[in-house]
Design a protein around this ligand. Structure first.
Ligand code: ADP
Length: 431
């Protein structure tokens, strides 16, 4: 048996023996026994009262002192209480860490009660869904999130597919809502900002529409000529040559478009080059001037080149050839006959610069920020008539990005334009 219990039994036996002894001596055994056991009960009740007081208000003071079995009982209770409070501290620490993590999440998180009231929300819920914690605690979510389709979605109870809504505070922001029921009919509402994804999807749709549109015209023309030729029994050689020349022109147009598309896709998907070669830009530009003179043909542009032959550029020859030829061809195509085109390759204070200056038609300021967007043209008919695909400057932008360089455009309507490719020092080599 437990030693503490033995001690209590021993005290009771002692009280009984002493009561009997003094009871026999005094002739009042029952009174003496009642006094002895009454004293014991009072002592026990005092410990119980102390324990009860301490349990009611543990912060008020230390555990009451006691000896014997009561002391052991107090010690055990003290241990249990300490364990429970340590566990509670651990749990509240864990809860605080979870709340901090959920608060820092870029997605909106809202916890709803069984009745659909807001119980908790993180910081992103304010920016994405307009729900402010703790201000909106207890408010019905449906009263705050009044966007089309959300009430039906919440009440339908089928949450396998997310719902896309626009943020109530900012119509430009698109949010994908996903609801997860948990516990006893509570709900976790998560909102993810999908604006970038939606924009990408929109861009993809525009891109496919643009490519189809660009291919449709030459294909229709080609198809028309083939059909006409099939129906003809006889044709003069002169007419046939004329038809074939138009068909050739249209097929070249498609070829240019496909080439530019392939180039763009290569630039976008290829990983950045780790191996770069020093490219002799002066020699590259010399060959590009010859091509530009051919392209200029009867328009006889005055094309001049000023290039520092000792200045080499670390990069990809093929990509730089494509970017520079696009800029030079544009200058030829958008400069009236006899106009001047100046090409320069020179060092700058912090790197080097390739610039093409023309005395062409120039570009109005509102178009300049959009020129590097795919298929953006100031004058679509003019661009197509001169063999443009609308992708040239997009290619230039991507090539320059891959060479840590930037494109600067200065232009004045009726005066001409300057397109400059600005390269940083780490890309330039003297030799
Ligand atoms: P495109 O094939 O139509 O020339 P680009 O991407 O090369 O496509 O150029 C986009 C648009 O920028 C052109 O359609 C044209 O309107 C304008 N542009 C480009 N270069 C020049 C220039 N040197 N002078 C005037 N306008 C230019």
């Amino acid at each position: 048996m437990h030693p503490g219990l033995w001690r209590e039994i021993w005290i009771l036996v002692t009280i009984a023996v002493l009561s009997l002894f003094f009871g026999v001596l005094t002739g009042r055994p029952f009174l003496i026994a009642a006094c002895g056991f009454g004293f014991y009960i009072a002592w026990t009740l005092r410990h119980l009262r102390n324990l009860h007081r301490w349990l009611l208000d543990r912060r008020a003071g230390d555990m009451p002192e006691a000896g014997g079995l009561w002391g052991e009982v107090f010690d055990e209770i003290h241990k249990l209480v300490k364990q429970a409070s340590r566990r509670q501290d651990q749990l509240s620490g864990m809860l605080a860490r979870f709340q901090n993590a959920a608060s820092a999440m870029p997605d909106a998180v809202v916890v709803l009660s069984q009745a659909g009231d807001i119980e908790w929300a993180n910081r992103s819920a304010a920016t994405l869904l307009g729900i402010h914690y703790p201000h909106d605690v207890g408010v019905r979510l449906l009263n705050l999130l009044r966007v089309p389709g959300f009430a039906q979605y919440l009440e339908r109870g089928e949450y396998a597919e997310p719902l896309e809504i626009t943020s109530p505070d900012n119509r430009e922001v698109h949010v994908s809502i996903q609801i997860t029921p948990f516990g006893s009919s509570q709900k976790l509402v998560m909102g993810r900002d999908v604006t970038r994804l939606m924009r990408l999807e929109q861009m993809r749709r525009h891109f496919v529409a643009n490519v189809s549109h660009e291919l449709r015209t030459p294909l229709t023309v080609l198809g028309g000529y083939v059909e006409t030729l099939q129906q003809m029994d006889q044709i003069r050689m002169e007419d046939l040559k004329k038809h074939l020349s138009i068909m050739h022109e249209q097929s070249q147009r498609m070829q240019r478009l496909v080439d530019d598309l392939l180039m763009l896709s290569k630039l976008e998907t290829a990983p950045p080059r780790t191996q770069v070669e020093p490219v002799d830009i002066a020699a590259l530009l010399k060959s590009l001037v010859e091509q530009a003179t051919l392209l200029s043909g009867e328009n006889r542009h005055d094309i001049t080149l000023e290039a520092d032959p000792s200045l080499k550029l670390l990069g990809s020859r093929e990509e730089l050839h494509s970017a520079f030829s696009n800029l030079i061809n544009n200058a030829v195509r958008y400069t009236p006959a006899g106009g001047k085109i100046r090409l320069s390759w020179r060092p700058t204070d912090d790197g080097a610069e390739f610039a093409v200056t023309d005395t062409g038609e120039g570009i109005a300021p509102e178009h300049i920020p959009h020129l590097t967007e795919r298929f953006y043209r100031v004058d679509t008919a003019r661009s197509r008539a001169s063999g443009g695909t609308g992708l040239g400057l997009s290619i230039v932008k991507h090539v320059l990005l891959r060479h840590e360089a930037k494109l600067e455009i200065e232009s004045e309507v009726g005066q001409g334009s300057t397109f400059s490719c600005v390269f940083p020092a780490q890309r330039v080599e003297r030799g």
